[in-house]
Structure formats: C-alpha cells, structure tokens
Design a protein around this ligand. Structure first.
Ligand code: TTP
Ligand code: CA
Length: 370
C-alpha cells in the first residue's frame, strides 16, 4: 500500500449579509430615526398607496412588516413608522465600500447581491481561525460604515448562507465540517434558499416540515415528485453542495422582481408595481453608472407558467422615460389579463456610462413621504 489516503483539508466558506440593508443605511445617515420602525419603498399615501415595501428596520418587522408586502398593508400595520423612498445611489456607494473592503483580504470572493458576498477561507485551514476573521470583518464594517451584518461560516456555500440568516441581526454562526446535517435538521424547509411559500406548502403536503425530514425522505420519491430538482433538494438537506466561490464577471444585467402576496389581475396594481421596479432598476443603473440597450419584462401566472418579452434599442441609454415606456409596452404585449403571481424587469447589454451622455431625468427626493 505505502501511501496513506490524503486527508483533504476542509472547505471553509464565509457568507456575509448586511442587516436590513437599505433601512440601516438610512438610519446611519439620519440619527434621529435610529431605533424607530423605518420602512423603505413606495409612498404609503396614508394607506392608499400602491407599490411595495423594499425593506424595513427590525423595529418595523416587530409590527409584521416585510419586504415585498403592499405598502398599504405596511401602513395599516404601523401608521407611525418612518416611510422613506429608496436612495439607490447611496446604497450602491455603501455596497461598493463594503465589497471593496472584503475583496482586500485577498481570498476568493463572490458578491451575490447588493448586500451579500461569499469568501472562500479554506486557506486558513481551521474553522476557529475563520471564525476569528469573521469577527474581525464584522468589526471593520461596523467601524467604517456604522452598519451591522450577519455572518455564517460553514463548509459549503448553502450552509454558510443558511447560517448567516440563523441569528440575524448582528449574528455570527460557525458550523464546523461534519456538523452541517445536525445544524440543518431542525430548521424549517423554508430556510433553504430557493424554497419559497409554494414549494414549502408542497413539501409540507407530503409530510416534510424540517430540513431533517427532507434529508430522511426517500430520494426516489422526491425525484418522482420534483424531477432532477429532487436530488438537489435532498443533497442540500444533507449539507452536500460543491458550489465554488467564483468572482463574477462584470455586471451583466440589472434586475428586480416582485412576487405578489396574492395573485392579482388588477391593472393599476400591476402598473404601480412595474413603476416601482422601473424606479429601482433605474436607480441601480445610475448608481453603477451604466447604460442599457435591452429591456425584458417577465410575468408569471398562477401555476408557474412564465412568459418573457424583450426589446433591444438601437442605441444604449440611461433614460428612465425610455425604460418606462418600453417596459409598459412589453407588459401590454405580454399580459393576457389573467391573474399574475410575479412580475420582473431586467435590463441588459450594459455599458459603462460616459458622463457627457447622461440623461438627467431621474431626480427623486429622499425626504420622508408627508
Ligand atoms: P435582503 O438581504 O433580502 O434584506 P435586508 O438586508 O433588508 O434584511 P435582512 O436583515 O433580512 O438581510 O435584501 C437586501 C436589500 O435589497 C434590502 O435592504 C432592500 C432590497 N430588497 C428590495 O428592494 N426588495 C425586496 O423584495 C427584497 C427582499 C430586498
Ligand atoms: Ca441583507
């Protein structure tokens, strides 16, 4: 024999997610609203507003307010909350500052959204050293930006992500190699990224409530029910996932989508929500100093039937007016009048803005709605 089997060193992945990101940035900017219920998103118009909540502070969450909830419902849950429109350029700047500081550590790095990133810390060789670095990162972000974040450290990306969500806000959870399945087992299946309300109900319907139930379920029956996705679900439940931390190429598209709490065929609601998506995508573009050429609208009906329609312009632009008229045209062409579960908007064929071409039709006040 001669050779001992090589013991491979563990993969150590860190996932970092900022707490109530937009709301925390606003509270950092305005000390007078710290500690209050703060809701970022559409104008509530004293309960008559259309549109949805982007996010809210943990104080507002205590009233039951959540992301993507109709703003009218948020208003009725907590009329005295501070309601603010989103200031995307500010959030994009803060995000860049945080991501740059994470990149500087020199580990493989992957930004996955405006406020989330993975680092591959395998080179550190030990979970306790990685836990120490996680504490250092949290302190450094708090010192430079005043913001708190939650961090999960584990041997896979998915477990690290579930761990970062486990003790929010200001959490730090280290799940050492070999502990993943026991960490996951008691958690509700909804905690698995990608399992939404619908899949949760479907799994509950066959007696699967916790991730442990999912791990113990017969994989063949999962495959019969969910196709190839059944294998992936089963592996996730067992803590198996070999996804790597990969630095993303340039930003390829900017997108937003909203899932309705209740499917809707109300035209004015659809237009209002599309308007919010247009605002958010446009703020994102301006924040990233990008111009776009292709606009795509996606709608999903009851029963997961999804349709998309795209339009490509002759020349790139950053005009919000063009974005709005194109998106509204696409929705008009796409929508047959049935009830809609989800609406999405994305822009692609992006290029960096040249300051001389900027179209200044995007001004928006960041004062509280009054
Ligand atoms: P999240 O990380 O999902 O939420 P969060 O940071 O506000 O709160 P948590 O502490 O639970 O992580 O999203 C990051 C930002 O993205 C959020 O601050 C606002 C924006 N966002 C929307 O605009 N609409 C949405 O539906 C969601 C979920 C987020
Ligand atoms: Ca977050």
């Amino acid at each position: 024999m001669g050779l001992d089997p090589q013991k491979t060193s563990p993969r150590i992945i860190l996932h970092l997610d900022m707490d109530s990101f937009y709301a925390s940035v606003e509270m950092q900017k305005r000390p007078e609203i710290r500690g209050k219920p703060v809701v970022i998103g559409a104008d509530p118009k004293y309960g008559k507003g259309r549109g949805v909540v982007a996010t809210c502070s943990y104080e507002a969450r205590a009233f039951g307010i959540r992301s993507a909830m109709p703003i009218s419902q948020a208003f009725s849950l907590c009329p005295h909350a501070v309601f603010l429109p989103s200031d995307f350029p500010l959030y994009a700047r803060t995000s860049r500052e945080i991501m740059t500081s994470l990149r500087r550590y020199g580990f493989p790095f992957q930004q996955v959204s405006i406020d989330e990133a993975f680092l591959d810390l395998s080179l550190l060789g030990s979970f306790s050293v990685a836990g120490g670095l996680a504490r250092e990162l949290k302190t450094s972000i708090r010192t430079t930006t005043g913001l708190s974040c939650s961090v999960g450290v584990a041997s896979t990306k998915i477990v690290a992500k579930i761990a970062s969500d486990f003790q929010k806000p200001d959490g730090l959870i280290v799940v050492e190699e070999g502990q993943a399945a026991s960490f996951l087992a008691p958690l509700p299946v909804r905690k698995v990224p990608g399992i939404g309300k619908k899949s949760e109900q479907e799994l509950n319907g066959i007696g699967i409530r916790s991730i442990g139930d999912l791990a113990a379920y017969d994989v063949q029956r999962l495959i019969t029910r969910f196709g190839r996705g059944g294998i992936a679900l089963h592996e996730i439940a067992l803590g198996i996932d070999d996804g790597e931390v990969k630095e993303q190429d340039r930003l390829k598209s900017v997108s937003r989508e909203t899932t309705f709490e209740h499917d809707t065929d109300d035209h004015s609601t659809l237009i209002a929500v599309l308007d919010t998506l247009i605002d958010d995508v446009h703020k994102d573009l301006i924040g990233e100093e990008l111009r776009f050429r292709t606009i795509t609208v996606k709608i999903r009906y009851e029963g997961f039937v999804t349709k998309t329609r795209a339009k490509t312009l002759m020349h790139s632009t950053d005009s919000k007016r063009t974005l709005r008229s194109s998106a509204q045209d696409l929705l008009r062409i796409l929508w047959g009048g049935s009830r809609i579960r989800l609406i999405g908007l994305w822009v692609s064929s992006l290029e960096k803005n040249d300051a001389s071409q900027t179209t200044l039709d995007s001004s928006g006040s960041q004062e509280p709605f009054s």
